[in-house]
Ligand binder design. Structure first.
Ligand code: ATP
Ligand code: MG
Length: 413
């Protein structure tokens, strides 16, 4: 069996949702069960405002941590050592075992309560014991347990540098006496925070192969929103590799957000139609407006509440304030742009943190780069764009219908 068979899940924001709290906790439990299902037999239960995960079979610890620390709603994860008997001796053994299992004589890296990373050699760090005696039948009171455990820990590890600091300890050794058992935890493995996916409706993300839109998709999902995605594919102008890249990016985000339904829309005929009929300096804007219209159609069909994009003010000509406004007016639907105020470098760092960056920079062109003009408009006027779009009337509607109807669907997970 594994050394660690139990985890305590720390969650912050969902604890503040009043009556809805149970709904949020239930959804989080469901998400945890789903993600752990392939790894073994786990019991996930809610208990006095806490969520505990207990392994009932052998499992891959590293893979479990990898999965759990990507679930939105989880702020931190604490490996728990259980004292099976309700005696001080059993508790003491559990605490010593806990230290040996969680720290080593070598380099130790851990996070304190404020999510600050602490690096220490061996046991050269400070601690404080904090006991909660829920079952008052335990023969010592909380203070006595604090003192005795502190004493026994020092006896075992003081020579290796362990010391007490009651004001600013590097780690808190939490002891809980509830039911007929003792629970010990100290380490916090940080999770992504946010809200459990499924607590805030659904959105349709415009997912391209770039750096920005996977970050935008992640950011909205992090607020508890289930995500679908749409990718505009322009074969043969874009390669199969470009589509694979988008699928790979969606799959990386899905490790956090849960499965993403990807709509792959064939956009080639629409692009050619715009190219043949409209002024070339307006191509990108008109193309984006049609992308948004198709996204709205797909979103409404699947009961999504908004469109999400990776646009950021001023990044390129189609992302000036004027361009964004003209693009928005193509749809009658909420559009969210979570990276709107971020610098490119900030988005890059974000994508590195969530793990999409390396894939995003693979060199496969997307459809926008192929049909762009050398001197695109940067301050488009809606009237002028609408005038150009009149030239598409009678041709484009059928192409849009066809693009929506023939969209291919893949579930990324
Ligand atoms: P990204 O890094 O997300 O690709 P970008 O900086 O390349 O963005 P644009 O190409 O102007 O900027 O695209 C702006 C936004 O439009 C993207 O973030 C994405 O949401 C959407 N988008 C662009 N091209 C596509 C496409 N082929 N399929 C789906 N969405 C797209
Ligand atoms: Mg792009």
């Amino acid at each position: 069996m594994n050394k660690v068979n139990m985890f305590l899940v720390r969650y912050a924001e969902i604890g503040t949702k009043g009556k809805n709290r149970y709904v949020f906790e239930d959804i989080l439990c469901k998400r945890i069960r789903k993600r752990l299902e392939p790894l073994g037999d786990f019991e996930v239960r809610r208990d006095f405002g806490r969520i505990y995960i207990e392994a009932k079979s052998d499992y891959d610890y590293d893979e479990a941590i990898e999965r759990l620390t990507k679930i939105f709603g989880i702020v931190g994860l604490c490996p728990v050592t259980v004292a099976e008997e309700f005696t001080y001796e059993s508790l003491k053994n559990a605490v010593i075992t806990h230290f040996k299992d969680n720290f080593s004589d070598g380099l130790n890296e851990f996070y304190n309560k404020n999510n600050k990373l602490i690096t220490r050699n061996g046991y050269d760090f400070s601690f404080k014991v904090h006991t909660r005696r829920v079952n008052k039948e335990f023969p010592m009171n909380s203070m006595e347990v604090d003192m005795e455990i502190g004493h026994d820990l020092l006896e075992e590890f003081e020579e290796k540098g362990l010391h007490v600091d009651v004001h600013k300890p590097d780690i808190m050794v939490e002891v809980e006496l509830r039911g007929e058992k003792g629970y010990v935890y100290s380490r916090i493995l940080p999770g992504p925070g946010g809200l459990p996916v499924g607590t805030n409706g659904k959105a349709m993300s415009l997912l391209s192969g770039g750096i920005d839109s996977p970050v935008a998709t992640y950011m909205v999902a992090k607020r508890g929103v289930e995500m679908e995605a749409v990718y505009y594919n322009s074969p043969p102008y874009t390669s199969a590799r470009a589509l694979e890249k988008v699928e790979k990016l969606g799959t990386i985000v899905a490790q956090y957000s849960g499965p993403i339904k990807l709509h792959i829309v064939n956009f080639t005929d629409i692009q050619l139609c715009i190219y043949d009929n409209c002024p070339h300096d307006q191509l990108t804007i008109i193309m984006k407006r049609i992308m948004f219209q198709i996204a709205q159609r797909l979103a409404e069909k699947d009961e999504c509440h908004a469109i999400v994009t990776g646009e950021s003010i001023g990044q390129v000509s189609s992302q000036t304030m004027q361009s964004l406004g003209v693009i928005d007016s193509a749809v009658d639907f909420p559009v969210y742009r979570p990276v709107i105020g971020m610098d490119k470098q900030e988005i890059v760092e974000y994508s590195q943190r969530i793990g999409t960056f390396e894939t995003s920079i693979e060199p496969y062109e997307d459809c926008c780069t192929i049909f762009v003009d050398k001197h695109p408009v940067t301050k488009p006027k809606l009237a002028s764009i609408e005038k150009s779009e009149k030239r598409l009337v009678g041709k484009i509607e059928e192409l849009i219908d066809k693009a929506v109807e023939t969209a291919e669907i893949k579930i990324l997970k």
